[in-house]
Design a protein around this ligand. Structure first.
Ligand SMILES: [Mg+2]
Length: 261
């Protein structure tokens, strides 16, 4: 199946104004970097994306990163960026918009951030300015401060009606709404109404986009889909087993994008 799908890329290039190219950024357009801050997208890929943007109905980056950060990393103005775990979108005009369902929670997120700055920042925690989601980082502080951060976020998150998740060295609060790369992909497809849409991704969160594309094809919203899985040592096996096309790392993504031109 993976092999047979390659020729379909050439067919897409015949009808670009009915086709949408949606892509993850870190690990798909940019090689995995030791820290997110030093990640970069190779110039060759940037040029390909700029050309595709001119030719196709829609080119969009979909990322867990802050939307402005995603745009900075890809470095192309005028393409659409869906960022912050599906909570924000920057359309062609460059304005960042929070999805309407999340807006009512903005004040509560801000309240939690303000309290965290007062109570946790003096202990060494870092409260990241993230808009519609709040992140408290405690990687570089003593464990008891980390525990305090988690307890704080749980207590206030519950009071304020927010969803709290704990990761490695980080606790995050967000509106209790289902958003992921799948909801982002659906929003973009419903707005732009392509006949065909593809998603390129390398990691677990990208599987939500793959599966949503499949749903939209089965329900008739899309005529054709392509799931491009970027193979890596760290990625989940499903990114390959659920893909129509398997790209070998960021270089393989370059091959896919070239075939679309
Ligand atoms: Mg990725």
């Amino acid at each position: 199946m993976a092999e047979r799908a390659w020729p379909r890329l050439a067919a897409w290039s015949e009808d670009p104004k009915s086709s949408a190219i949606l892509t993850d950024i870190d690990g798909t357009l940019s090689p995995i970097a030791p820290t997110p801050a030093v990640a970069f997208v190779p110039d060759e890929l940037k040029e390909l994306l700029a050309k595709l943007h001119k030719k196709y109905l829609l080119v969009a980056g979909v990322s867990g990163r802050k939307t402005e950060e995603a745009r900075e990393l890809v470095g192309i103005e005028g393409i659409t960026y869906f960022g912050n775990h599906g909570f924000e979108v920057m359309r062609e005009d460059g304005e960042v918009e929070v999805i309407p369902e999340a807006l009512p929670y903005m004040e509560n997120i801000e309240e939690l951030e303000t309290l965290a700055r007062e109570e946790l920042a003096p202990l060494g925690a870092f409260v990241e300015e993230k808009g519609i989601t709040a992140s408290i980082h405690f990687r570089n502080v003593p464990p008891e401060v980390g525990e305090k951060c988690v307890a704080f976020a749980r207590e206030h998150g519950e009071r304020l009606g927010l969803r709290v998740t704990v990761g490695r060295g980080i606790v995050e609060a967000r509106p209790p709404i289902k958003t992921d790369k799948g909801t982002a992909v659906r929003t973009l497809v419903e707005e732009h109404k392509p006949k065909r849409a593809m998603f390129l991704g390398d990691d677990t969160t990208d599987l939500d986009a793959f599966r949503e594309l499949e749903k939209m094809r089965d329900e008739g919203t899309l005529e054709e889909i392509l799931r491009v899985g970027v193979k890596s040592d760290e990625g989940p096996p499903e990114i390959v087993s659920e893909a129509d096309i398997v790209a070998d790392g960021v270089e393989g993504v370059g091959e896919v994008l070239r075939s679309l031109l």
